[in-house]
Design a protein around this ligand. Structure first.
Ligand code: NI
Ligand code: MN
Length: 226
């Protein structure tokens, strides 16, 4: 698996044969819009953790590129299904085998509504198992004890956790979350995009280092292998 950071909570995940975009928010992200070429993303799948604008803004333009399948909770899937997009609805605890691998939709503690206030179901995160690797994408969430359920079923190679504080947990809670999910390799996201979530990146990395953990903070457009 190859993971490219598209800024904020947006990711491009490339498996052997598929391209998966998560929570696309690029065109209105001042930090990302000149560094990420939306035309080049060409996803086969788009995964959405919840309906907030900073996670779904660029869904429709990307879904049209290759007729991508939008995977999210039931309510978000129905929202896009009504607009004639391909969708796959899921809900908490459920797994599905896709042609690239398996996804489980797991709990997150947050809220979920579209920009117009309409209901966006309950927010979640994703466990993705593909190419022999397992990653956890937490979505926007507080630290929650539910994370302790994940390693009872999954051996994670990477946990992607929000670290920006204010709307989600901060990097200190993310370090605790990495204990809960039993994965010391963490990629931080959902930070620095706007004033509420600016962080001291050096302090965050140091906090992880002192606990013998790794916090990866990719530059926008940069990639890592899992
Ligand atoms: Ni949110
Ligand atoms: Mn958010």
């Amino acid at each position: 698996m190859k993971i490219t950071y598209l800024g904020h909570a947006s990711l491009l995940i490339q498996t052997k044969n598929h391209r998966i975009v998560v929570d696309p928010f690029v065109s209105a992200n001042e930090l990302a819009k000149d560094k990420v070429d939306l035309d080049s993303l060409q996803p086969d799948y788009i995964l959405l953790t919840h309906a907030h604008q900073d996670h779904v803004l660029d869904v429709e333009v990307l879904a049209k590129q290759k007729n991508a399948t939008i995977v999210s909770n039931y309510e978000i899937a129905m929202h896009y299904g009504a607009k004639e997009f391909n969708v796959h609805p899921m809900n908490h605890g459920g797994s599905w085998n896709f042609d690239f691998g398996t996804i489980q939709y797991v709990n997150a503690v947050h809220t979920s509504a579209f920009a117009d206030g309409s209901y966006g179901g309950q927010p979640g995160g994703f466990i993705i198992v593909a190419d022999g690797k397992t990653i956890y994408i937490a979505g926007d969430t507080a630290l929650t004890l539910d994370m302790k359920l994940i390693p009872m079923r999954h051996k994670l190679d990477l946990a992607i956790l929000p670290i920006g504080d204010n709307f989600t947990m901060d990097y200190k809670d993310a370090a605790i979350a990495s204990d809960f999910v039993e994965c010391n390799r963490v990629m931080g996201y959902h930070f620095d995009t706007f004033g509420y979530i600016e962080i001291d990146q050096a302090e965050a990395k140091k906090h992880f280092q002192t606990q013998q953990k790794e916090l990866v903070l990719l530059a926008i457009g940069a990639s890592m292998a899992v």
